[in-house]
Design a protein around this ligand. Structure first.
Ligand SMILES: [Mg+2]
Length: 274
C-alpha cells in the first residue's frame, strides 16, 4: 500500500509540471520486477546503430563550423580577450554508449563507481564530427575549453582518452571538471574572465546557461522556446537520448526511486491522443 501511495504522489507531482495533457494517476504495475535499464534499449541501439545519429552529429558540427567562421568574420578585430569555445565532453565530444549498453546488458543501474570503472578504461569513442571540428576551431586560433561534470579525479584518464581520439594541444588547465557543484555556471564565469566565449556545445541544456539548471520539465520546455534563437547560433546541441536532465526532470531530480517507480513516473509523461 505504501508503495502504491508513493507512486500516486509521484504521478500527481510530475503530471503538474510537464508539457501537454498528462495522466494524473500512476500506471498500475502488474509485474513489480522492472528491468532497470530496459527503457534505454532503443536509445542505446539508436546511438550505436543508427546512421541517422551519425548524420545528425556531422550535420551539427558542419553547421557549427559555418557559425564559427561567420562569428570570427563579423567581429571587429582584435578581440579584447582571446576567443574560445566551451564544450561539454560526454555525448558532445566523446561517445559513452558502450557504458550505457553494458548497464543494459548487466541489468545494472548507474553508479558513480561503475562510471569511474568505465572512464578509467579510456575507451570512450568520438562523437562523429567532433574531432574534425575541434581541429578546425584550433586552426582558426580559437581556444577550446572543456567544462565537463566528469570528476577531477578522472582528469588524467579523460585527457588520455580525448588525446587518443586525435584531439590534441589542449592543456590540462583547459579541462574544467567537477569538484563539488554540478552547475557549470561558476566554471563558465571563470573561463569568461580570460576568454571571449563565442559558442557553447553540449547535449544537456545546463551546458549552456544556468537558467536551465535543475528546472522542471515544463520550465525547460518554456525556456527553450523563449531562447530559440540561441540554438544553432551560440548554443550548439548534440543529441543524447541515453540520459540527461531531460530524464532527471521527469523524476524532479530525485534518483532514489526504484526501477519500477521510475518506470511508473515515466509513463505519466507519455501523451497519447485518446
Ligand atoms: Mg554531456
Amino acid at each position: 500500500m505504501k508503495h502504491l501511495n508513493l507512486l500516486f504522489i509521484g504521478g500527481m507531482l510530475w503530471s503538474s509540471c510537464s508539457v501537454g495533457p498528462q495522466k494524473t494517476e500512476p500506471i498500475q504495475i502488474e509485474n513489480s520486477f522492472v528491468k532497470s535499464q530496459l527503457h534505454t534499449e532503443n536509445a542505446v541501439l539508436w546511438q550505436q546503430s543508427a546512421a541517422e545519429y551519425k548524420a545528425l552529429c556531422y550535420q551539427t558540427y558542419t553547421l557549427a563550423k559555418l557559425q564559427l567562421e561567420q562569428k570570427l568574420h563579423a567581429h571587429a578585430f582584435p578581440y579584447e580577450k582571446k576567443p574560445a569555445i566551451v564544450m561539454d565532453l560526454d555525448e558532445t565530444v566523446v561517445d559513452n554508449s558502450f557504458f550505457n549498453a553494458q548497464l543494459l546488458l548487466d541489468n545494472e543501474e548507474y553508479s558513480k563507481s561503475k562510471w569511474k570503472e568505465w572512464s578509467d578504461l579510456e575507451k570512450a569513442g568520438a562523437v562523429p564530427g567532433a574531432v574534425d571540428f575541434i581541429a578546425f576551431a584550433q586552426g582558426k586560433g580559437v581556444e577550446v575549453i572543456f567544462i565537463s561534470n566528469r570528476r577531477v579525479s578522472e582528469l588524467q584518464a579523460t585527457k588520455n582518452n580525448v588525446e587518443a581520439l586525435g584531439i590534441v594541444n589542449i592543456d590540462s588547465s583547459h579541462y574544467y571538471l567537477r569538484t563539488e557543484e554540478g552547475s557549470k555556471m561558476n566554471r563558465r564565469a571563470k573561463v569568461s574572465e580570460d576568454y571571449e566565449i563565442l559558442m557553447l556545445f553540449g547535449d544537456n541544456l545546463a551546458d549552456f546557461n544556468e537558467v536551465f539548471d535543475k528546472r522542471s520539465n515544463l520550465d525547460r520546455n518554456k525556456l527553450v522556446h523563449e531562447m530559440s534563437k540561441e540554438f544553432g547560433a551560440t548554443f550548439i546541441v548534440l543529441p543524447n537520448v541515453l540520459y540527461g536532465e531531460w530524464e532527471g526532470s521527469l523524476y524532479a531530480y530525485k534518483y532514489h526511486w526504484t526501477p519500477a517507480q521510475k518506470d511508473s513516473i515515466r509513463k505519466t509523461f507519455v501523451v497519447g491522443y485518446k
